[in-house]
Design a protein around this ligand. Sequence first.
Ligand code: ADP
Length: 183
Amino acid sequence: MKTRLLFLGPPGAGKGTQAARICDSNGMKHLSTGDLLRTEVAAKSDLGQEAEAVMNRGELVSDKLVLAIVESQMKALSGEGWLLDGFPRTVPQAEALEPLLNELKQPIEAVVLLELDDAVLITRMLSRGRADDNEDVIRNRLEVYRDKTAPLISYYQNKGLLISVPAQGSVEEITERITKVLS
Ligand code: ADP
């Protein structure tokens, strides 16, 4: 089983749900930059206050801010596997992750791409009711995904790390598919 993973895919593809399930069954640490940022927002920390408006517009928080969060989380790991969910989201973030992982001597073992049609993504997100889940903001997040995050697909394909998994079906079916490609 591969236990140093990235999850990639459009908003609404179910990365968070699947990441939690995979990490639970395999004793890995789930690091979701979206969740970490929402925790900062709820705590009204300086970092959270800086991030809140940007997130509510569906735009990306600065690379610098997100990197600071990821770096401190990764350095606090104690030997267990990990799954990065929602990070990297831009090519510069991916480029910054490399020296960090080299330093930790923990290379990525696989990048799992969850693939789903836009129509299904939008329906799923509208049913979630989060502060950044209204229709205009969702469209913006999909556009940001296409512009800034989708280039990571070929980035990781070129490194021989990408594995695509269809993300339609039941939660259990998708977990099963992911587990299979990682074993
Ligand atoms: P989703 O996968 O549904 O888009 P996330 O919970 O991953 O939601 O992220 C919610 C928001 O948090 C993003 O729209 C963005 O504003 C911010 N965010 C999360 N991760 C990153 C990141 N790696 N870089 C920049 N912004 C991020």
